[in-house]
Design a protein around this ligand. Structure first.
Ligand code: GLC
Length: 734
């Protein structure tokens, strides 16, 4: 018997979709726009299994990592339904599956997009092996306000670096062909303008102008769309009072008409229905109509599409074409993933795929390249003269904390802590004392339910938990070097992880202050956090500070590689570090305004960052000289050139950064600085090299309100510098 054309893999995908659409009923079509939660239980609840059997579920989110159960569900969809359309399994694999890498802002500090691409290629391989074909990453939002816990998922505060890192993630996740057994469909999120919530509180409203949307928040998304991202997730926030899930301007005018995006858009969790609480939609039916008409194709969890669109098509409220367009987009990704040809996964592949030695080695390299040396008063790298070390603080040996936020697939037992790595590297000939000193935190005790979900234990006594200051002081006083392993606990970052302060969590500040007051011994602080922190005492009283973010399973080895000098630090801050939480939102690339000082705090809090975007030290020093512009020629752009010299006694890598500012732009004021290039140069002691940046139109351009890239003739300032807000600019007339 001839098989239906849609099953013929030799036909073009569009032809297969045409045929399938002809065969689909409206129920079938609405089923393809419906994504539900597995409830993370095995076996799948009967009510959900029944809906699969009826073709009412297009995708499941958050399955357990269980290939056999995943195949059992898929078999029902493929073999027990009339059309056999496969289910698409999606999961938040954000910074690694079982091989857990540093969180994104840390990876971005590497200023090495290729590293990001390799890491996400590992994540894709492990994720596809478990039977998940779609991961809800990369997050293309910008970090503007460290009080917002989701900065822990961003690639930092700069659109240029974020775009490079996010494109690298898409390439690592998707490769050239998402039907490959080691690739998955990426999902750009959260589209768009989610990352500046009022008060830094997740889910609260954001107010972003079209100009800032076009020039700060959209560029990372556009770069990824231009590089073939398969899917996009619309965000919880509203833009100009219109929820992003139902915003025709962003979802259709920009995404489809301007950018020609040809994948599909999924809402965020229940966001279709949440238009009602926004005060935007009257009821589920209007919410569904507004969202699908604006260009949001798939409904994550609210079931508004499944339960209300059929009537609205029958009544003429919504045209069948709107539905077909959305279904076509979803089917296109399912065909391109190869799900119709290979709906099942090898059930023993996952355990044989995860934690490969080369993947673990990459994770270790990533930790060393993500950890920023913020301060070093000649105490690092450790020398062999150190005969006794005290490791103090709750992050020294906490496997769970090293995994950070959004690490559902990662196992604490796979983590090598700082204590373990320190013992391994120095334990044989150095006396090492380890004192936890206090708990990671008492703000939120998380308790795990038997289904694996975690909830906040509201009954936790905020004062409970150990506080062993005496033990910590005793250990510190008997050591040549004190390493403080401190930070903020991971439940304070990620979704919903907003804070009104940027301090160490729990009683760690008390512990740090007591230890610092009790010794003259140099303190090396290793800070673990999902965000920039305002911890002045730590920065001022430590002789060295390493900012390790949430580093993943190779936390210890990667950090020891830096402490020992086996690897020289190269990381540069992807987000600025404040003096005080009151400075939030804080980012280097803000507008100058009519009063360049931008105003001051009368209560003497500095207005500058303690460490600006791009800052990071290494074990040598560099000098920038002979910074100049070489005029362009007939068919070659002008060049910005600098001579970089290694003035220290160790080899080192410098990340030379190019910043620009357009002094007058009548379409809209430009930020006071914008990163538009960086180059790494490795130099032996005493050696120097010239670093050259081409001043192309792209380096000088901005996006106007119609989405066009523009370059104006006029005056520019150009910096070639080691970080933002450093050095004097040179003038350039374009
Ligand atoms: C959440 C998050 C989003 C995540 C999605 C699925 O609400 O906002 O980042 O991908 O739901 O888990």
């Amino acid at each position: 018997m001839n098989k239906a054309p849609f099953k013929d893999s030799t036909l073009p995908v569009e032809k297969r979709i045409d045929n399938l659409l002809e065969l689909m009923t409206i129920e079938d079509k609405l089923g393809q726009l419906n994504q539900l939660f597995t409830d993370r239980v095995i076996p799948l609840k009967e009510e959900l299994t029944e809906q699969v059997r009826k073709g009412k579920i297009s995708s499941f989110i958050w399955p357990k990592a269980d290939p056999a159960e995943r195949n059992r569900i898929q078999r029902i969809a493929v073999e027990e339904t009339r059309l056999g359309i496969p289910v698409l399994f999606g999961m938040d694999v954000i910074h690694g599956n079982r091989t857990c890498f540093p969180i994104a802002p840390g990876m971005a500090c590497s200023f090495e997009p290729e590293l990001f691409e390799k890491a996400q290629a590992v994540a894709a391989k492990e994720t596809r092996a478990e039977g998940v074909e779609w991961t809800f990453t990369p997050m293309c939002d910008l970090a503007r306000d460290a009080r917002w816990g989701r900065v822990a998922e961003t690639c930092g505060e700069d659109p240029y670096l974020s775009a490079l890192c996010n494109v690298a993630q898409v390439k690592g996740l998707q490769g050239d062909d998402i039907s490959a057994k080691d690739k998955v469909a990426a999902c750009l999120k959260h589209y768009v303008g989610y990352s500046c919530p009022r008060g830094g509180r997740d889910y609260s409203d954001t107010e972003i102008t079209e100009w800032t949307l076009r020039n700060s928040h959209l560029p990372p998304f556009k770069a990824c769309v231009d590089n073939g991202a398969a899917t996009i997730m619309s965000s919880f926030n509203a833009i100009g009072g219109i929820p992003a899930v139902a915003n025709h301007h962003t979802l259709t005018e920009i995404l489809r008409d301007e950018w020609r995006f040809d994948g599909f858009v999924v809402s965020d969790w229940m966001a279709v229905k949440e238009q009602i609480s926004w005060g935007f939609a009257r009821d589920n039916a209007e919410a569904a109509k507004l969202a699908i008409s604006a260009g949001n194709d798939m409904d994550m969890l609210s079931k508004c599409y499944l339960e209300t669109l059929e009537q609205q098509i029958e009544s003429g409220e919504i045209s069948a074409e709107v539905i077909d367009t959305a279904v076509r987009r979803v089917l296109k990704v399912k065909f391109e993933l190869g799900l119709f040809e290979n709906p099942y996964v090898e059930e023993d592949a996952y355990e044989n795929t995860v934690l490969k030695p080369e993947a673990v080695a990459l994770a270790r390299e990533a930790v060393a390249k993500s950890t920023v040396l913020l301060k070093n008063e000649n105490v690092l790298p450790l020398t062999d003269k150190v005969k006794s070390i005290a490791l103090i603080g709750p992050f020294g040996d906490d496997q769970v904390e090293m995994l950070g936020c959004w690490s559902e697939r990662s196992n604490p037992e796979d983590v090598v802590t700082l204590k373990a790595a320190l013992m391994e590297r120095y334990g044989s000939d150095t006396e090492i004392k380890v004192v936890k000193g206090c708990d990671v935190s008492s703000e939120q005790r998380m308790i795990c339910l038997q289904d694996g979900s975690t909830v906040v234990d509201r009954d936790a006594d905020p004062n409970e938990g150990c506080l062993d200051i005496g033990g910590a002081i005793a250990a510190a006083q008997s050591a040549d070097i004190v390493i403080m392993a401190i930070g903020e606990n991971r439940t304070l970052t990620g979704e919903g992880g907003s804070r009104a302060t940027l301090s160490l969590s729990g009683k760690q500040q008390e512990l740090f202050d007591a230890v610092a007051a009790s010794i003259e011994t140099p303190i090396i602080s290793v800070v673990f956090s999902g965000r920039s922190l305002a911890i002045p005492e730590v920065f001022e009283k430590s002789s060295a500070v390493l900012f390790a973010w949430q580093p993943g399973i190779q936390a210890g080895p990667g950090i020891i590689d830096l402490l020992s000098g086996d690897v020289a630090p190269t990381a540069r801050l992807s987000m600025s570090v404040p003096h005080h939480v009151g400075q939030m939102p804080l980012y280097y690339n803000h507008f100058v305004t009519g009063r360049a000082s931008g105003g001051v705090y009368r209560d003497n809090v500095p207005t500058s960052a303690r460490f600006w975007f791009g800052h990071g030290l290494t074990y040598t020093s560099f000098e920038y000289s002979d910074i100049r512009i070489e005029p362009g020629k007939a068919n070659a752009p002008a060049k910005a050139v600098a001579r970089i010299t290694n003035t220290g006694d160790r080899e080192g890598v410098e990340t030379v950064q190019l910043y620009v500012r357009q002094l007058a732009c009548s379409k809209g004021a430009r930020p006071m600085q914008e990163l538009r290039g960086f180059k790494k140069v490795s130099l032996l002691p005493g050696k120097s090299a010239e670093v050259v940046f081409q001043i192309t139109d792209e380096v000088l351009s901005y996006t106007n309100r119609n989405g066009n890239e523009c370059v104006d003739h006029g005056e520019f300032q150009i910096w070639i510098a080691p970080h933002a807000r450093c050095g004097e600019p040179i003038s350039y007339k374009y």
